[in-house]
Design a protein around this ligand. Structure first.
Ligand code: FES
Ligand code: FES
Length: 152
């Protein structure tokens, strides 16, 4: 397998990595950069557990090759907290118990952050729509949507 060197910014840090051409962005984040907050749920673009921001837009990192992220700005769930302070969305997920097993949570948080960045005052329907690609097997979504509403 041919190797490629790419450079990208991840959570504000400039990274230079050498990776095989068939490695997904998800695998690179988890296994090369050891940012294990991003989860591997289905590896097939169905569950949203692997969602990260790519140049500000939420993407399923399991469906992208890492080489496609050459030059990109990536934000993972590890990048949401600043100086030890949780993002408001993270705080509200904790306060309103929008987390049970937590497997979907990083992807939910990233999709919610992307929504609030482009639309600071979304309606409930807009929140539901933004989280449509993120599947949760535990919470039933009500508290997740409430947490996003309270983070507005
Ligand atoms: S792990 Fe990527 S969509 Fe499920
Ligand atoms: S909290 Fe368990 S999958 Fe969502």
């Amino acid at each position: 397998m041919s190797q490629h060197e790419i450079t990208l910014t991840v959570n504000g840090s400039h990274e230079r990595v050498t990776i095989p051409s068939n490695m997904t962005l998800l695998t690179m984040l988890r296994e090369v950069l050891v940012l294990t907050g991003t989860k591997n749920g289905c590896a097939a673009g169905e569950c949203g557990a692997c969602t990260v921001l790519l140049n500000g837009e939420p993407v399923n990192s399991c469906m992208m090759l890492a080489v496609e992220a050459d030059g990109a700005n990536i934000v993972t769930v590890e990048g949401l907290a600043r100086d030890g302070t949780l993002d408001k969305i993270q705080q509200k997920f904790v306060e309103l118990t929008g987390v049970q097993c937590g497997f979907c949570t990083p992807g939910m948080l990233i999709s919610a952050r992307a929504l609030l960045d482009r639309n600071p005052h979304p309606s409930e329907a807009e929140i539901q729509d933004a989280l449509r690609g993120n599947l949760c097997r535990c919470t039933g979504y009500t508290r997740i949507v409430q947490a996003v509403q309270e983070a507005i």
